[in-house]
Design a protein around this ligand. Sequence first.
Ligand code: SF4
Ligand code: MG
Length: 326
Amino acid sequence: MSAPVLQLDKVCIRYPGAPADAVRGVSFDLRRGETLGLVGESGSGKSTLAAATMGLLPAGTAVQGAIRFEGRALFSEITDQQLRRLRGRRIGTISQDPFTALNPVMRIGTQLDALLHWTHDRPKKDRMARIETMLERVGLSDPKVRMAQYPHQMSGGILQRISIAAAMLAEPTLLIADEPTTALDATTEAQILGIMAEAKATLDGATLFITHDMSVVERLCDRIAVLYAGELVETGTVREVLDAPQHPYTRALLDCDPARITEPTRRLPTIEGTVPPIHKRPDGCIFAPRCPAAIARCHAEAPERHELGPRRSAACHLASPTPVTP
Ligand code: SF4
Ligand code: MG
């Protein structure tokens, strides 16, 4: 079997001058054809992990453990310079804010052409045709008009379509989308998610989808990794985790998902308390101060990661494999 597209092995990340790690001991892998939803509240470490994978951590950040792209370790086997070349070519990114992803003083067509010229050395005529096709594929019916425009002439939703097209033009092996619909209204969000679903289906690679929204995960992802305060608390297939969550934090996230609340009058529940700051992690289980299921042991002893099946685990004292109903 070929190496996973992305593999994290006990990754710890500490920002320069920080009193503690922002990410602690995170391991998971992502294989060709898969979409992994990386989920957690803000401060859970998801954007830090994405930045690390893209080689975009601030200078002086300490990374321990291994992050491997197609079997080769970033920072040791892949140099910074090589990683810069991979980014945009083999690693595509879609950010929260499409305005920052595009150059404000260049026409869209010029930018996309420069990108395609850099990633795939094709004749100009072929490049233009490919850009037009890609813009149509992300739902823009007037590609020639869009190519002649500047970013400020478009809405956030149109720009996000263009940045998806830009990421897809390179035919990346790994596509990283960091909350790509956060800045958009609900209707535009639904359209963009539809485009993302099509985009990932045409990709000959894997997608890492960062979100705090469980219904987005359910719609777009095959696998899920739930982060809490910089630690991986649960992972598995979307069906395994959403149908039978084993970690109380995963259950709490699901309980707060508006899409899952069936009684219309019920107030939207929230998880009480906040994610602890990295330098004030509680003793024992990191989730214990907020956990409705906590027992005495939880406050004294941090849980091990319980292996519940192939590529399925939860870090909770109470986790147990779901019994198979005959
Ligand atoms: Fe809750 Fe205890 Fe499990 Fe932590 S180990 S999530 S406190 S039940
Ligand atoms: Mg973030």
